[in-house]
Design a protein around this ligand. Structure first.
Ligand code: PBG
Length: 326
C-alpha cells in the first residue's frame, strides 16, 4: 500500500479550515417570513418549530429580529384576509404582502423578496386561474394564458410596494417573460426576477401549505410543477427562464435535488438559488425532537451540502438559527 499519499494530513484542525472548499455565510441566506392578514397576534406554525405567522403590524419587528442574526434578505409570503376563485387579493395595492413590503422596505435595510404566486389567494388553492372543467377532469388544472396577466400584475404591485426582487413560484409557462415585460413597462427595469425555475411537484411542501394555507382544495400540482423523476427536463425548463430574462435561477426543493442544483450550476452562468423547503426543515426538527439527530449540526451540514452542490444562495427556515451561530 502506498502511504506517501495521506489525505488525512490536511484534515488536522487549523489545516481543515484552510483547505475548506465551501462556506455558508449569513449573507447567502434568505429567510422566509409569513405575513398573515387574518390575525393581530403572532401564531406559531406547529409543523415548523420556531416559525410563526406574523400580523402586518409585526412584520418590521420580525424582519429586525432576523437582521440581528446577520441574515440580510427575506422572502415574504402572505395569508390574505379572504380568498376567491380569481385570487384577487394577490395583486391588491392594500394586499397583505404589499402592505408588509411597504413597511419593511421603508423601516429596514433588509433585501425584500416577494413570492409571486396565486395559491395562497385562490379559494381552490391552485397557482392560477383554473381551466374550464378542471374540478371534474383530472388533467390540466391551471390555464397558463389566463394566469399570465395576473401574475404580471402581482409582480408589478409588489415592485410598486418596494420589493427589491420578485420571485415567481407558480411554474406557469411564460411567467418570467411576462413579468419582465410588465416590470419594464411600469418603470421597474431595475427589479430582478428570481425564478423558481425548476420547481418539482414535491411531497416536501406539506408544512408550508399549512403555514401559508395554500394546499390545493382538489387534485394536485403535478400538471404544472415538475416530475421528480426528471433532470434533463430541468435543463430545458431553466433555459426557457433564461431566455425570458430571469436574473437568478432557483431549484426547489434542495436536498433531494442536489443533482439538479449541480446541473443548473454547470449549464448556466447565472446565480443559482436553492430552496431548502419546509419538509426538509420539519424532518430535521422532528428527528431532533426525538433525540435522533443533532439539530444544529444537521442544519449546518444540510446548508453546506446545498452550497457544495452549486447554490450561491439558499432560501431556508434555518436561516436565523444558522446565521446566529456563524
Ligand atoms: C407556492 C409555493 C410553495 C412553496 C413556496 N411557494 C409550495 C407549493 O407549491 O405548495 C413551498 C415552500 C416550502 O415548502 O417551504 N407557490
Amino acid at each position: 500500500m502506498d502511504l506517501t499519499r495521506r489525505p488525512r494530513r490536511l484534515r488536522r484542525d487549523g489545516l481543515r479550515e484552510l483547505v475548506s472548499e465551501t462556506t455558508v455565510e449569513a449573507r447567502d441566506l434568505i429567510a422566509p417570513v409569513f405575513v398573515d392578514a387574518t390575525t393581530d397576534e403572532r401564531r406559531p406554525i406547529p409543523s415548523m418549530p420556531g416559525h410563526e405567522r406574523v400580523p402586518v403590524d409585526e412584520a418590521v419587528d420580525r424582519v429586525n429580529e432576523l437582521l440581528e442574526t446577520g441574515v440580510e434578505s427575506v422572502i415574504l409570503f402572505g395569508v390574505p384576509e379572504d380568498k376567491d376563485p380569481e385570487g384577487t387579493r394577490a395583486w391588491a395595492e392594500d394586499g397583505v404582502v404589499q402592505r408588509a413590503t411597504r413597511r419593511v422596505s421603508e423601516a429596514t435595510d433588509a433585501t425584500v423578496i416577494t413570492d409571486v404566486c396565486m395559491c395562497e389567494y385562490t379559494s381552490h388553492g391552485h397557482c392560477g386561474i383554473l381551466e374550464e372543467g378542471a374540478r371534474e377532469a383530472p388533467r390540466m388544472t391551471v390555464d397558463d394564458d389566463a394566469t399570465l396577466g395576473r401574475i404580471e400584475e402581482i409582480a408589478v404591485s409588489q415592485a410598486a410596494a418596494g420589493a427589491d426582487v420578485v420571485a415567481p413560484s407558480g411554474m406557469i409557462d411564460g411567467m418570467v417573460g411576462g413579468i419582465r415585460a410588465g416590470l419594464d413597462r411600469e418603470g421597474f427595469e431595475d427589479v430582478p426576477v428570481m425564478s423558481y425555475a425548476a420547481k418539482y411537484e414535491s411531497a416536501f411542501y406539506g408544512p408550508f401549505r399549512d403555514a401559508a394555507d395554500g394546499a390545493p382544495a382538489f387534485g394536485d400540482r403535478r400538471h404544472y410543477q415538475m416530475d421528480p423523476a426528471n433532470v434533463r427536463e430541468a435543463r430545458r425548463e431553466v433555459a426557457l427562464d433564461v431566455e425570458q430574462g430571469a436574473d437568478v435561477l432557483m431549484v426547489k426543493p434542495a436536498l433531494p435535488y442536489l443533482d439538479v442544483i449541480s446541473e443548473v450550476r454547470r449549464t448556466f452562468d447565472h446565480p443559482v438559488a436553492a430552496y431548502n423547503v419546509s419538509g426538509e426543515y420539519a424532518m430535521v426538527h422532528a428527528a431532533a425532537e426525538k433525540g435522533w439527530l443533532d439539530l444544529e449540526a444537521t442544519a449546518l451540514e444540510s446548508l453546506t451540502a446545498i452550497k457544495r452542490a452549486g447554490a450561491d444562495l439558499i432560501l431556508t427556515y434555518f436561516a436565523e438559527d444558522v446565521a446566529a451561530r456563524l
